[in-house]
Design a protein around this ligand. Structure first.
Ligand SMILES: [Zn+2]
Ligand SMILES: [Zn+2]
Length: 140
């Protein structure tokens, strides 16, 4: 287990997250929503228990809700000042599981490897495969 610090672009929000070795990796998501919300070809995430994340500064982030592929709501939590998306919560995953943006951890940007790629079906045609790629999500 390691504890990593995260910070949004304007530094209003700061947080700490505890990850085991298996979680200390980026899962690349190539879905179109990630391209639009993230502004890049993919986002870098990890699925974690909600209790592993502690917001240490800035209080409760702002919330943006949209309907995911499954028809269920997805709540995105972001800094109201700089709009950095800190984590999101897919209601379909239950109340205790969240998806953390691992690219916002300075240690993650420097040292994390890629664990897997998801939504390979929407991957841009010029992107090379860097880890095992699932068409959508890994089988449950
Ligand atoms: Zn901010
Ligand atoms: Zn995505």
């Amino acid at each position: 287990m390691s504890t990593y610090k995260g910070v949004c672009h304007c530094k209003h929000h700061q947080w700490e997250v505890t990850l085991n070795d298996e979680q200390s990796k980026h899962i690349l998501c190539h879905c179109d929503t990630c391209k639009i919300l993230g502004g890049g070809a993919f986002t870098m995430n990890q699925i974690i228990p909600k209790s592993a994340l502690k917001i240490t500064q800035g209080g409760e982030p702002s919330k943006y809700t949209y309907k995911g592929d499954s028809g269920n709501s997805v709540d995105c939590y972001y800094c109201p000042h700089c709009t950095t998306h800190i984590y999101h919560h897919q209601q379909v995953m239950g109340p205790d599981t969240i998806i953390l943006r691992t690219s916002l951890l300075p240690e993650g940007r420097k040292n994390f490897d890629v664990g897997a790629e998801i939504y390979g079906k929407d991957k841009m045609k010029w992107e090379k495969e860097v880890a095992h790629t699932f068409d959508v999500l890994p089988p449950q």
